[in-house]
Design a protein. Sequence first.
Length: 319
Amino acid sequence: MPRNRAAVRALSRRNVALQKAAVLIASHNRRERTLASLDTLFRQHSVADLAVDVFLVDDGCTDGTGEAIRSRFPSVHVLRGNGSLYWNGAMRLAFAVAMHMRFDAYILLNDDMILYKDALERLVSLARQRLEAGSPALVVGSARSPRTGQQSYGGLIRRARGMKVQLQMLATHPSQALGCETMHGNFVLIPAEIAAVLGNLDEHFQHQFADLDYGLRASQSGFEVVVIPGYAGDCSDNSEEGTWRDTNLGLAGRLRHLVSPKGVPIKEWALFTRRHFGWRWLASTPSPYVKTLLSSALSARPARRPGAARPPGQGSYDA
């Protein structure tokens, strides 16, 4: 528990029912995906004594996302962005508006997350259990890739690998809630008690790292981060094609993507590693840039002969 545990426990007792929740969504030109995700949200099993408001940021969409949402889901609060907020800026806007209106919980939801019908019920149930125990926690719903059937997003733990640190995804358990250190922000419940301590997502991040940073800051403040049993829904993991990981791009193209807001911006990545990787930040910080240079050099070589060893893959989130 945090240092001010008495205040948090008092808040938890007052909020034990968790009666009002705000769902926060960011969207940019993904009209059909966003509508499909909202459709699964509004088709959730009824959760006893829970009222839900939805705050969606239309960040300069040119594909009619905002208009379609207002038509199909008129109860959604559609907030307008300037088109350059990226994920974190849009989520910060929705979070700030919702916090001003004072909810018992704030739920981060990716606009391409297709929720199973009992996902919200299971998320809120575990959050209420933790509140009743006087130990509010971030509650995480894991996602499954509809293409591979494998886990795509969820809770993560830090793993020291020699001089570096990796964030390794925690395999969801079918029947047990599991503790972790942080999470992807695809489907996460933040109780008001934790929001009161941590505030909004960190403004220093544009697109990447803000959800990971929030979970790690919660852990460092003494709060638990807990993953619900099973999967909460389907969400495809991001393709490497056309990103800094795409070895088919030339080095200049890869470096351009690498330092962009959707890649691994140097200042943001250095801030994240310094804040959360201890002394190993010194080796972790240059890692994505060195890997990009080396992999581009290797991909420019002639193809390996059949049977030759392949370079090791990258299965963890260490950029």
